[in-house]
Design a protein around this ligand. Sequence first.
Ligand code: ZN
Length: 270
Amino acid sequence: MYYIKHKRERVGPCNICKQHAELTWDHVPPKGGIELTAMEIENILHLFTKKPGERKTTVFQNGVKFRTICAKCNNEFLGRKYDPVINEFAISVGKYLKSLLTLPNVLYHKTKPNALIRGILGHILAAKVPIYDSTFDVMAREIVLDETKKIPDNLHVFYWIYPYTQISILRDFAMPAKRGNFSKPGFFQVLKYFPIAYLVTEDLPEYEGLDELTRFRNTSIDEEVEIPIRLDRIEHQQWPEIVDRGNFLFVGESVQSSIVATPRKPTRKE
Ligand SMILES: [Zn+2]
């Protein structure tokens, strides 16, 4: 019932530039930051609603990917411009987490937050099969395609440490702007993979005290800033989308391509 949609026809509109073109596979998260292994992929809605012990997974041999963007967007915009920044950030933070040294509660890592924001938005755009002009998609496309375009003040990208191997992508969902307070919902996108998780929202300048990448929205594309990484704040791997006493979730059509992916355990050989 909850099958996974991760590709469109070979030729069609690109999720980023909308040009009709041959579509290419985009790895989410990008290649080069994580090891590409066989992943068991499950639709996120199925994960929430299944009976205990029930499994319905699809195996991707080579990481999580979506056939939704053209070669130009894939190579020029994401691959050349933004992926090196995303990957350097992920690899460096991953090294801190894996190091045996005693780490401080907060450390600072030098990165290019402006490029990082644009790259994360690009991969979030790619991770959806239905194509339509939601306000988020329209805004994100402009920012990814034009690096001189200012990052709007109402866009907020939050981040936190994510020490799990599971990859989680959830597009276009609503949940309370503040956990436990059901009077005001917010609209969100989430991308989580080792070692950092990203939560993107419009119009909410704050979410549960998370650090915000968009605090640095006015830096230039190549400007480096030391951003804080809070090693003392570890959330559950299904946080914040988990439905519990303080939370609800509304999803739309794009939940068809919202997934969780877990590295497949190697089968034992004799
Ligand atoms: Zn394109």
